[in-house]
Design a protein around this ligand. Structure first.
Ligand code: HEM
Ligand SMILES: [Ca+2]
Ligand SMILES: [Ca+2]
Length: 299
């Protein structure tokens, strides 16, 4: 089973090495925390938190278009190399991904969360598993609730973990269906749950020529800080994705959004609980799986 400080005797420096790697990577590239946090989410939702997302090759999860905008892989490799040097074949890539996401939140000013370790690495990774498990930005609230519930996660976990969008950035194609230019070239909002002037700002950014590589901050106010601003943005109709705004449009989730928007302590407390739950989705333990030598390929 998973336990706190699983590597206490086998590799007591493991957590320290991950934290150090995440900190130094973040200080030279502030986009790293968002990447590491999303990488972890995409790992856990596809075949559990087993580092299946890291495997390279034809038709692995990483090669699926649904994972094309993931990043942070080199940070995981750096941490793994540092750990392999001191404790060969001991610490799983699945734990490194989870610890790195945990440390990414801390590096961005969020809460310090203790997570259990002892995850084992999966031995397979299939592109075909990505689409059916990853939530698309056109999902309804019911579809999101179902997707979370299939991983043992509650409506509250959905609202709280969506707070991850308080950091990081996204490409225009994830939200530019929410507005358009009409035939006269005038700006027009399609999704009424989106604030007009925010939508217009987004459209102007996304209509530049390099818009397919361009990214926009998920949180227009404090994009580098892990705070509860995400929920305040939802209240002012500045959720970037339709799936963010949807949390404000339904009674089942609006009350939670309002509570989290008004109380950052409460967000941090709930984040810690939901993050630990996410980190345990579908984990392999004991003799299951393996301890990968290199995170990008099975042994
Ligand atoms: C609930 C449904 C969710 C949907 C529909 C969703 C969708 C997306 C999309 C489309 C992007 C932009 C990717 C890009 O264009 O590069 C994104 C970014 C991001 N998501 Fe989510 N997400 C969801 C939940 C989560 C959860 C639960 C987490 C983590 C716990 C998370 C963490 C992130 C982070 C940190 C980013 C920024 C990535 C970066 O800066 O590179 N998301 N999400
Ligand atoms: Ca996985
Ligand atoms: Ca923020």
């Amino acid at each position: 089973n998973l336990s706190f400080n699983f590597y206490a005797s086998s590799c007591s420096v493991a957590e320290f090495l991950v934290r150090n790697t995440v900190r130094s990577a973040t200080s030279s590239d502030p986009t790293i925390p968002g990447k590491l946090l999303r990488l972890f989410f995409h790992d856990c939702f596809v075949q559990g938190c087993d580092a299946s997302v890291l495997i390279q090759g034809n038709s692995t999860e990483k090669s699926d278009p649904g994972n094309a905008s993931l990043g942070g892989f080199s940070v995981i490799d750096t941490a793994k190399n540092a750990i392999e040097n001191l404790c060969p074949a001991t610490v799983s890539c699945a734990d490194i991904v989870a610890l790195a996401a945990r440390d990414a939140v801390e590096a961005a000013g969020g809460p310090v969360v203790e997570i259990p370790t002892g995850r084992r690495d999966g031995k397979e990774s299939m592109a075909a598993n990505v689409r059916p498990n990853i939530i698309d930005t056109d999902f309804t609230l019911d579809q999101m609730i179902d997707a979370f519930s299939s991983k043992g996660l509650s409506i509250q976990d959905l609202v709280v973990l969506s707070g991850a969008h308080t950091i990081g950035a996204s490409h225009c194609n994830a939200f530019n269906g929410r507005f358009q230019r009409d035939s006269k070239g005038n700006f027009e909002v399609i999704d009424a749950s989106l604030d007009n002037s925010y939508a217009e700002t987004l459209m102007n950014k996304c209509s530049s020529s390099e818009s397919s590589s361009l990214t926009v901050s998920n949180d227009p106010e404090t994009s580098a800080v892990f705070d509860n601003q995400y929920y305040r943005n939802l209240e002012t109709h500045k959720g970037l994705f339709q799936t963010d705004s949807a949390l404000m449009e339904d009674n089942r989730t609006r009350t939670m959004v309002e509570e989290l928007a008004s109380d950052e302590e409460s967000f941090f407390q709930r984040w810690s609980e939901s993050f630990v739950k996410l980190s345990m989705v579908g984990v392999r333990v004991g003799e299951d799986g393996e301890i990968r030598r290199s995170c990008s390929s099975v042994n």
